[in-house]
Design a protein around this ligand. Structure first.
Ligand code: PLP
Length: 387
């Protein structure tokens, strides 16, 4: 194994494209100078396209969780009731943030590995008319589920005035997102997942009606106050020193997405999901999520007859391949493969064929090449026939 080869297949941080890496190596500039303003002016419209919004996308310095906390402190007034839909560890994070601010928090628990059901949310809201905000997770990274956010937003709006607040950290930039069209009120994402950057930036956008709420909200906040960020960003500046190196990278990452075309970015992610799933299906190895609930950005595998942790160790030792384990109640029961951001069908073929060796090494007898062949067939069916 190459001493310095790292094959990063966890669901964030994700690999960084060489051109983004080079952009981030630029010498530092002054954050109050014209170059920074020009940079922000170029980034703003591109970020809006990825979010599917006409609203300003605020750029915060902080990891994704800073964006989640920003949503909570800006959108919820003291004493207001909220609902958090928990489909895994990241839904649970919203619960923890709300509780830290002593917000009366209802929790709708969904079995981990399954997607939320918008109809159940509707019923819950009808039974609890005091709820002013509903928090949910677009891709639940801990289980590999992609929740039906468009349907959820529509269902909430049928019965309630509650704000629809979505954590899109592990999929915005990798799956189609139409914030305005779907009626999402606050959408949050981060830099180190599908955006192909290091951790350190968080992006937050709010709808018109969310902005009205934010402007009237007496909840104290300072660094995370969206109003001051928006006032500054409209003048192509930031209230505090931004993470300039990551902004250099962000411009290039957005450039790469546009060069490829957002539609193609999304279909590449779907293809990678299908190839990954087909490889495990060919070996009869169970996946945690059903096809209909699966996220294009991360796949969770739930082995029935081998140890997930031992398998991850073998993959790391043998090939330098990092995969993620389970979180919280799924610890030791699953492993997760990230296929988002700077990741292609060729990378998936590398992973699934290395995985076959890893399986043999931990004593699971399989037919070598069967999973790789299944992934190859998906590629041929989806891509080669089209050309
Ligand atoms: C990674 C992630 C976050 C943010 O985590 P940080 O470590 O704070 O960047 C939030 N939500 C989801 C769904 C994630 O995958």
């Amino acid at each position: 194994m190459l001493a310095d080869q790292q094959i990063l297949r966890i669901p964030g941080p994700t690999p960084i494209p060489p051109s983004v890496q080079r952009a981030m190596a630029q010498p530092m500039i002054g954050h109050r100078g014209q170059s920074t303003s020009d940079l922000l002016a170029r980034i703003r419209p591109k970020l809006k396209r990825v979010f599917g919004t006409e609203q300003e996308v605020i750029i915060l310095t902080g990891s994704g969780t800073a964006g989640l906390e920003t949503a909570v402190v800006n959108a919820v007034a003291p004493g207001e009731e909220v609902l958090v839909i928990v489909t895994g560890a990241f839904g649970d994070r919203f619960v923890k943030i709300c509780k830290a601010y002593q917000i009366p928090t209802h929790v709708l628990q969904v079995e981990w590995g399954k997607a939320l059901d918008p109809e159940l949310v509707k019923v819950f809201l009808q039974e609890h008319p005091g709820i002013t905000a509903v928090f949910s997770t677009y891709c639940e990274t801990s289980t590999g589920v992609l929740n039906p956010i468009q349907q959820l937003a529509a269902a909430i709006k049928e019965v309630s005035e509650a704000l629809v607040i979505v954590d899109g950290v592990s999929c915005v930039g990798g799956v189609e997102t139409k914030m305005d069209g779907w009626g999402i009120d606050i959408l949050v994402t981060g830099s180190q997942k599908a955006f192909m950057l290091p951790a350190g930036l968080s992006f937050v956008a709010a709808s018109e009606r969310a902005w009205r709420k934010i402007e009237a909200n007496p909840q104290p906040r300072f660094y995370l106050d969206l109003k001051s960020h928006r006032n500054n960003l409209e003048k192509n500046t930031t209230p505090f020193t931004p993470a300039l190196s990551i902004l250099f990278g962000l411009e290039q990452a957005l450039e790469l997405m546009e060069e490829e075309g957002l539609e193609e970015v999304y279909s590449r992610h779907t293809l990678m999901m299908k190839m990954t799933r087909a490889a495990f299906a060919a070996h009869g190895i169970p996946l945690l999520t059903a096809e209909a609930d699966a996220s294009p950005t991360v796949t969770a595998v739930k082995p029935a007859d081998f140890d997930a942790e031992a398998f991850r160790k073998v993959m790391k030792a043998e090939f330098g391949i990092s995969m993620a384990g389970g979180q919280q109640q799924l610890t030791g029961q699953i492993f997760r493969i990230g296929h988002m951001g700077y990741c292609s069908a060729a990378d998936v073929l590398q992973i699934v064929s290395a995985i076959e060796i890893g399986l043999m090494k931990i004593g699971k007898m399989i037919e070598l090449g069967k999973g790789t062949g299944a992934a190859q067939q998906v590629y041929l069916d989806e891509r080669v026939g089209q050309q």
